[in-house]
Design a protein around this ligand. Structure first.
Ligand code: 5GP
Length: 275
């Protein structure tokens, strides 16, 4: 009896069982809305497990979207490797399996760093702008990472006064955010997708006495707004937030265009019983 993936490239039922077993052996450090962090095999490493759970509006809307974790694991690997290739430091080390990746352990700065190229989402609402208006230049915003407060927008004054990051950190964070924006905008433009906005998180790492900041967490359609250039079709988490159709189809489209998944493949494991 074999379990075989229906399309030859997705997560098979058997693979899911094996990955699930390896996850059960790991020591859990933290469970978030979309990921679980486990202790890694070496000191200073972490295993990031991507769940299928989708949440929006500070977890008021929830669902399980089969295959989302696999897609985000692969897409985040693709984007982080891309950042590495252009010299933008980040936490990614290697993908371990369909749902897990090994990353460098960091001390997360408690800020969500948002870069916007077109108005959308909370900024469009806050400023009464039509969504999709091109901004005169990329705008960087900071939100405090605090679910209980709904991740409120904060200014550099708050960040400095409350000591969440120093002025030097903020200079480095701004530079990292804009470099990531240039890189990601170009990659997405190359496959006919407009990078409307995105969120990144930044972590501190220590090399001896030397501290530096690197991109951490994930980069995926969960944390970006991606619109098809021709049709304006949304290919990101707004599909879930706004009930616009299948989230898996949207993320699969992004993955296929980037060549992260072979054409014709789907990420969803459908076990097929063969005698
Ligand atoms: P907005 O502030 O318009 O809701 O979000 C701006 C951008 O940051 C969007 O691409 C959105 O997906 C991302 N973003 C904002 N907050 C979060 C968050 O808490 N989690 C994730 N994954 N992305 C976020």
């Amino acid at each position: 009896m074999h379990y075989e993936d229906a399309n030859g490239s997705g997560e098979t039922h058997l693979q899911r069982l094996i990955d699930g077993e390896s996850m059960a052996r790991r020591k859990k450090i933290y469970e978030g809305k979309a990921k679980i962090l486990f202790e890694g095999p070496e000191p200073g490493t972490i295993v990031q497990y991507f769940k299928d759970d989708a949440t929006a509006f500070n977890a008021e809307k929830k669902d399980v979207i089969e295959g989302k974790g696999v897609l985000n694991n692969m897409l985040s690997e693709y984007f982080m490797n891309g950042l590495t290739s252009v010299g933008i430091p980040n936490h990614f080390m290697k993908r371990l399996n369909m749902r897990e990746q090994l990353v460098r352990s960091v001390e997360i700065i408690p800020l969500e760093v948002i870069v916007r190229n077109y108005s959308a989402g909370t900024m469009a609402k806050r400023l009464g702008m039509e969504e999709g208006t091109q901004l005169p230049r990329p705008i960087v915003e900071y939100c405090l990472k605090e679910d209980k407060l709904g991740d409120p927008l904060v200014t550099e004054e708050h960040i400095a006064a409350f000591g969440w990051a120093s002025q030097q950190d903020m200079d480095d964070i701004l530079s990292l955010a804009l470099r990531v924006n240039d890189f990601l905008s170009g990659v997405m433009y190359g496959v006919g997708i407009k990078l409307v906005d995105f969120k990144i998180e930044i972590g501190r790492v220590y090399d001896g006495d030397f501290m530096r900041l690197i991109v951490a967490d994930e980069i995926s359609p969960d944390s970006c707004r991606l619109w098809d250039i021709e049709t304006g079709q949304k290919l990101d988490k707004d599909v879930f937030r706004r009930d616009l159709g299948s989230l898996t189809d949207a993320y699969t489209e992004v993955a296929k265009r980037l060549g992260v998944m072979p054409k014709g493949a789907t990420p969803i494991a459908r076990p097929t019983l063969i005698n």
